[in-house]
Design a binder for this molecule. Structure first.
Ligand SMILES: [Zn+2]
Length: 339
């Protein structure tokens, strides 16, 4: 089990969970590279070409409109020759921007699988090295996605909750809430993300609306990968293990915190290879897949969460370009972090 350096723990503690289910974003970046006046801001959205360019008398330019599907991700790049500090807010949630090249910063923004289609405002506050602040707005257009609908039955035991079962479910909810309560402010991941198992996604895909034993349920908040029991499940990226446990619905579970409000989840596992608190690298084996929890067969349920939004983890594979240099050009290893 790896130890987290003191500076990191104090940073994590300062990141208290904020109330509210609304998708929102706050981002804040300290740029150590100073020297030139603030000239421009540029926001670029990858994979979403419908952009509206904004510019004003302060020569700040940015994309006024970003588009994202329910359950999707969008990357936002900010650049400016003397960008000292940048903050953003959507509702009251945080999104973190990271240094990306000499004058560039980047963040990823996600829309919850059940986010209401429409336009959400992201408020930007840009501070130049001269201390002058500029306020701008970005409209995030959330577009509806046509998700599958499926009906199936599970054994009655899963529906007829005894007080013992309800207690188990409460324990599960509490454990996950605790795991998600704080995220490292430091970005631990770098592009690209990797598949946790080699297998492809099954037909039971992300976002599908499920009718179980005739009753509509919450949408499927992950992607099911049809891994046979005993398949090695690897970390999709570098991160810290923030939950290892066995639960009623999720079965054997591992949750990774990748920093900046991004988590990935691995459910229905049969055997753990990591412990709570471990720092792992991309590709490290976390566990073996299985058929634990509420399942009808062996598979890996892979989930992702960004700033409280439940997003399709496959978006991490498709939206995080492999050829882009790593943000901050830094690859943290557990050994480095122990220094
Ligand atoms: Zn699943």
């Amino acid at each position: 089990m790896s130890r987290i350096p003191r500076y990191w723990e104090s940073a994590i503690r300062s990141e208290s969970a904020l109330p509210g289910e609304k998708l929102y974003a706050v981002w804040k970046v300290k740029n150590e590279m100073t020297g030139l006046p603030l000239i421009s801001i540029l926001l670029i959205l990858f994979g979403h070409p419908a952009l509206v360019q904004g510019a004003d008398k302060n020569k700040i330019s940015w994309e006024k409109v970003a588009e994202v599907f329910q359950g999707g991700l969008v990357q936002v790049k900010v650049s400016g020759p003397d960008l000292a500090e940048v903050e953003g807010r959507m509702g009251s949630e945080r999104i973190y921007f990271y240094s990306y090249g000499p004058h560039a910063f980047r963040a990823i923004v996600g829309a919850d699988v059940e986010a209401k289609p429409g336009v959400a405002k992201i408020f930007l506050r840009l501070t130049g090295r001269d201390g002058v602040q500029h306020k701008r707005e970005l409209s995030l257009r959330i577009k509806a996605k046509a998700f599958r609908q499926e009906s199936f039955n599970v054994p009655p035991g899963f529906d007829q909750m005894t007080s013992e079962t309800l207690e188990e479910i409460r324990r599960e909810q509490t454990a996950f809430a605790r795991a998600f309560a704080a995220s490292a402010p430091e970005r631990l991941w770098d592009a690209p993300f990797v598949r946790p198992v080699p297998q492809e996604a099954s037909a039971s895909s992300f976002g599908s609306r499920r009718i179980i034993n005739g009753t509509p349920r919450a949408p499927h908040s992950g992607t099911d990968l049809s891994a046979p029991a005993g398949t090695e499940v690897v970390a999709a990226n570098h991160g810290r293990v923030v939950l290892v446990g066995n639960f009623f619905f999720a079965g054997g579970s591992v949750v990774l915190d990748h920093g900046g409000g991004l988590f990935t989840m691995y459910f229905h596992l049969s055997e753990f290879k990591v412990q709570d608190g471990d720092l792992v690298n991309k590709g490290d084996v976390l566990a073996l897949s299985g058929a634990t929890g509420r399942v009808t067969g062996a598979h890996l349920h892979w989930g992702a969460r960004l700033a409280k939004a439940r997003i399709d983890p496959m978006e991490l594979l498709t939206q995080m370009s492999a050829e882009e240099p790593p943000i901050g050009a830094r690859n943290i290893t557990p050994n480095e972090m122990e220094k």
